[in-house]
Design a protein around this ligand. Structure first.
Ligand code: AMP
Length: 113
């Protein structure tokens, strides 16, 4: 087991509130929600960030984006939502395992930064 927090969540070593799972994707509620609905969607394979995606791992990102509409439906986000991924220092990425924030449940701010 590597030292990655999200790899430990996928393995069940650290508990999470699961929303969705398939063979290559795991989704769970963020522990510090920044919107009424705040879900993290991650590939089960460790990729450090979106900046590390390669031709070999692009299909895992496609699997995440195939799962996101299903996850939004499960979470009741019929009126829309936002998907964000933070990358590196300037992007304020705190967990170095590729993850997509799915935010919704209210009209979100127009500000992106
Ligand atoms: P980022 O800042 O983009 O790297 O996002 C990391 C996210 O992981 C933050 O929104 C945290 O609140 C969330 N987070 C950290 N630890 C946990 C945990 N154990 N369970 C659920 N979410 C977590």
């Amino acid at each position: 087991m590597n030292d990655c927090l999200f790899c430990k969540i996928i393995a069940g070593v650290i508990p999470s509130k699961k929303v969705y799972e398939d063979e290559s994707v795991y989704a769970f509620y963020d522990i510090a929600p920044q919107a009424p609905v705040h879900i993290l969607v991650i590939p089960k394979t460790h990729i450090a960030s979106a900046d590390e995606v390669t031709d070999e791992t692009a299909s895992l990102v496609a699997a995440v984006f195939t799962a996101i509409p299903k996850i939004a439906k499960i979470a009741g986000l019929e009126n829309g939502y936002r998907v964000i991924t933070n990358i590196g220092e300037d992007g304020c990425q705190s967990v170095k395992h590729l993850h997509f924030h799915v935010l919704g449940g209210k009209k979100l701010s127009e500000n992106m930064a």
